[in-house]
Design a binder for this molecule. Structure first.
Ligand SMILES: [Zn+2]
Length: 299
């Protein structure tokens, strides 16, 4: 895994937004406002996060720093320990439940076999909100934190209306996002969140994976789920498990989305797993007779 850190941006993206890219692992974002700097996500290790802060020092100047944890997936928040306890770290209230789950410590114990994760400790956010939105008023820019569950229960996206820019993090993903579980409720939540981001009609939809800020990706993700639903519905009354289904012509990943030829094998295997999770959820929704995409998302 390439973990070289670099600062980058997209053509035309407002200069107050800076993307920090760690190879293919994750992109995190710094937003500079008149009143404060906001770092959206803290990378996968405290060491990487400290490196990021060094690279950003000049941009941040003397303004105070606020941190947002978009969700409690390791690649987005394991850098939290890089911050002094006085730094506000904001997340959705559901993030705290995820951290309390023994699975959080279990994953850390497993990943500590890799040298670069040995200094990681799980640091919880210290400001949480429980509703659908929260706003940070930076003066020139407003950051609206929007609860967008479905990929994970605690996921938040960030909307900056003044510059029509959405930091979608993992709700929108190229080539496909991944649903939290096979429970149709999580699938419905993800579809609702994708629509919510699409309906912002942003000029930029910045992703955390896939290295793009393309507004067409949310629509493409919705189409993928609509096709998946239609193909599974077309199979009729099936008694097939998800492993067999994933290999069936017409519902394989490459039948539904264009997978780049040069995608590394490891990345491809990752998205195959995401596809199987999505397939399991769509299959469960089909069997339960749950309609999860309204027809407006076909277009
Ligand atoms: Zn992620």
């Amino acid at each position: 895994m390439d973990v070289t850190l670099q600062l980058t941006s997209y053509p035309g993206l407002d200069e107050r937004i800076t993307i920090l890219r760690v190879g293919d692992e994750v992109d995190v974002v710094l937003v500079q406002t008149e009143r404060f700097n906001i770092l959206v996500d803290t990378l996968a290790t405290p060491a990487l996060c400290r490196q990021a802060l060094d690279l950003l020092a000049e941009k941040m100047g003397r303004r105070p720093l606020l941190v947002i944890n978009s969700h409690m997936d390791w690649d987005h928040f394991w850098g939290n320990a890089a911050f002094d306890h006085s730094v506000p770290i904001i997340a959705h209230a559901a993030a705290v439940n995820r951290l309390r789950d023994p699975a959080a410590q279990q994953l850390l114990a497993e990943k500590k076999q890799e040298l670069r994760f040995q200094a990681v400790e799980l640091v919880a956010p210290n400001i949480t909100f429980d509703g659908e939105t929260m706003a940070l008023h930076g003066g020139d820019l407003t950051l609206e934190l929007i609860h967008t569950p479905g990929h994970t229960p605690d996921h938040i996206a960030v909307w900056v209306p003044e510059i029509r820019t959405c930091l979608a993090v993992d709700t929108v993903e190229h080539p496909i996002p991944e649903v939290w579980s096979s429970d149709p409720a999580d699938l419905c939540a993800l579809i609702t969140s994708l629509k919510r981001i699409r309906d912002l009609q942003a000029d930029y939809v910045v992703l955390a994976h896939g290295q793009r800020a393309d507004t067409a990706v949310a629509d493409a993700n919705l189409r993928y789920f609509a096709w998946l639903r239609d193909r599974i519905a077309g199979l009729g009354e099936i008694d097939i498990d998800v492993v067999d289904l994933a290999g069936l012509g017409g519902v394989r990943l490459q039948d539904l989305v264009a997978v780049p030829e040069d995608m590394p094998a490891e990345t491809r295997a990752f998205y195959e797993r995401c596809h199987r999770s999505n397939l399991a959820a769509v299959l469960a929704a089909h069997k339960a007779g749950i309609e999860f995409i309204l027809d407006d998302s076909h277009g």
